[in-house]
Design a protein around this ligand. Structure first.
Ligand code: NCD
Length: 343
């Protein structure tokens, strides 16, 4: 079969299993090995410039963020920079671009598309922003780095890459998604992507009012089995992967106006009560061969994945025991994607 040509990256459902296996994972493995060499070769000196440093020579990437970000924006910038691309970045587009003067996203994209960028990495503050941008960007690829409470496809790629690394397969898994499944875009994209594989079961753990929205559930029906729960403790033992998320207070009108301290108090009450957070009792049930993930940021105030469990070998959000966690896999994922798109 002919290779699919990737242009825009807009939503998780656009990636086929074939593309993941034949293009993305091989590229990701290649990039990861350049940074995480076999321990035997690790002490050997690197001669000349590293192999990746010129992959994107003479390319330029525009990074536009209308919503706050730490990992996604910095890892995309670093991924492009490490491969030799020029990076232009606006981290607070809402405040410091002409958006503050009322300019539409479409006009901003029309403008930067005329500046000969090779790709635009965009985080918009509403659902469908990336699709809108793709309609007016001409030949310039748009990479959706999160569109409001819509999707976060590159996060889903780094998440499946992390699962594949530590569990060894993406088929036949019990994956437990926990927290604010209604407003969290990472879990929406991850659920789609996991439905491309065989025999997975998704356990959706959230209080009823924070359960995953019907639009996603309808699309998952018939593609992947799922069940809804309100207590993590009951299903922790059966899970191969437990994926924690925070309460998205910025998407809840009555919460976002409150000071952070008050948001924490309410969040603990409504969402991260002990039924949907990691506790000693949950950790006792989680198997040794299972992993616990979090897209981050977690918040000490919310306590869905308390700091005291960070060094537990099952928690794979950060680097541990010489192995990259989700954060490191995020950099390699974005390098692999930019290379596939632009090389
Ligand atoms: C997530 C996001 O922005 O959707 N963070 C990320 O990109 N790693 C998760 C979140 O904000 O809760």
């Amino acid at each position: 079969m002919a290779k699919e040509k990737l242009h825009h990256i807009l939503e998780a459902q656009q990636f086929s299993r074939q593309w993941l296996e034949e293009e993305f994972f091989p590229e990701l493995d290649y990039i990861s090995k350049l940074f995480e060499p076999d321990p035997v070769f690790k002490s050997m000196p690197v001669l000349g410039s590293p192999a990746y440093s010129t992959f994107l020579k003479n390319k330029s990437v525009c990074v536009l963020f209308y919503e706050p970000s730490s990992r996604t924006r910095i890892s995309f910038g670093q991924a492009a920079g490490l491969m030799g691309a020029h990076v232009e970045s606006t981290s607070e587009a809402k405040k410091f671009s002409s958006a503050a003067k009322g300019e539409s996203l479409k006009d901003f994209i029309r403008t930067v598309s005329d500046y000969h960028f090779d790709a635009v990495v965009l985080r918009s503050d509403y659902v469908g922003g990336a699709h809108e941008a793709a309609k007016v960007s001409g030949t310039v690829p748009i990479i959706n780095a999160g569109d409001g409470p819509g999707q976060h496809p590159t996060q889903a790629l780094l998440d499946v890459a992390t699962i594949r690394k530590f569990i060894g397969t993406l088929d036949g898994l019990n994956v437990t998604l926990v927290g604010d499944l209604k407003n969290g875009r990472t879990v929406r994209s991850l659920a789609y992507l996991l439905s491309k594989f065989h025999g997975n079961h998704l356990s959706l753990v959230a209080p009823q009012s924070f359960q995953m929205k019907p639009d996603i559930l309808e699309k998952l029906s018939g593609r992947v089995s799922f069940s809804q729960h309100s207590n993590l403790l009951e299903i922790a033992q059966n899970s191969d992967v437990i994926y924690m998320t925070r309460l998205q207070t910025e998407r809840i009108p009555y919460m976002k106006k409150l000071p952070l301290g008050w948001q924490f108090v309410l969040a603990k009450r409504f969402l991260h009560a002990k039924d949907v957070s990691i506790s000693e009792a949950v950790m006792e049930k989680v198997r040794d061969d299972a992993i616990i993930m979090h897209p981050l940021p977690r918040s000490e105030g919310f306590d869905e994945l308390p700091e005291r469990f960070t060094d537990d070998p099952r928690v794979r959000a950060f680097r541990k025991t010489g192995q990259p966690g989700q954060t490191g896999m995020g950099l390699y994922t974005r390098m692999a994607l930019l290379k596939i798109l632009l090389w």
